[in-house]
Design a protein around this ligand. Structure first.
Ligand SMILES: [Fe+2]
Length: 239
């Protein structure tokens, strides 16, 4: 008897052919950015992330122009694969930051609540293609086949074998030059870097709004473009 599977999570992946030509500049730039920040704002077992250290606008830095262009191009490809009419949306890179993971550092489980699409690009990976320097792991929050909620948790051994129908995570070994794009709301984390060398990646958060002039029926699902927003609630300081 067949068992059908439905409702796939779509993770986009592309190995960028021009990556080797850009590695040196990107790597040197990120490491210099990290070094310029003197105050460490997260625990030592966590990777250094630019967003926590005031380095979250690299998309506006011309030294990152190549990868920004790649992220934009591939995000459109991804959205078209998802069946969207991209002519009706406006896309914005909202923030972008480097991540440097050193020996025995990880990134805890999280999702990017203020964005719609997230992307990661691997600039430099020790033992690229292996799991040694920390894997990107996506966690299935829905667990549609977990017939008793929690049955697959670590507190029981009732799930006797793990297979494609009860899989609760998807693991990507870090690969130098690879771009991965995924829904920002999808929970994910990065496992420990067990190598002596640093793993360097770039993260991007992308927001979709309605395209100007495409309002009909869209504003219930997409924000109007930020150019139409009006800020209020700011207070004069001093005086
Ligand atoms: Fe993330």
């Amino acid at each position: 008897m067949p068992t059908d599977t439905w409702f796939p999570l779509a993770i986009y992946r592309s190995d960028l052919p021009e990556a080797p030509a850009h590695k040196k500049v990107l790597l040197e730039t990120v490491l210099a950015m990290e070094e310029a920040v003197t105050e460490r704002r997260n625990f030592p077992e966590m990777a250094w992330t630019g967003d926590l250290h005031g380095v979250a606008q690299i998309h506006q830095d011309p030294r990152f122009a190549w990868i920004v262009e790649q992220v934009e191009h591939h995000t459109l490809q991804y959205l078209e694969e998802l069946g969207l009419d991209v002519s009706q949306v406006a896309l914005y890179i909202q923030r972008a930051w480097p991540v440097v993971s050193r020996y025995q550092q990880e990134v805890g489980t999280h999702c990017h609540n203020t964005a719609h699409i997230s992307a990661v690009y691997y600039v430099s990976v020790p033992n690229s293609g292996s799991d040694e320097s920390g894997c990107l792991v996506f966690f299935d929050q829905m667990r549609p086949n977990e017939v008793c909620p929690g049955l697959g948790s670590e507190n029981t051994n009732i799930v006797a074998s793990w297979n494609a129908l009860n899989q609760d995570q998807a693991v990507y070994e870090p690969t130098e030059g690879r771009l991965i794009i995924f829904p920002a709301k999808q929970q994910h984390g990065v496992t420990f870097n067990h190598t002596e060398a640093e793993r360097v990646s770039l993260s991007f958060d992308i927001v979709l709004t309605a395209a100007p002039g495409q309002a009909a029926g869209a504003y219930e699902f997409l924000s109007p473009p930020p150019s139409q927003w009006q800020r209020f609630g700011t207070r004069e300081t001093g005086g």
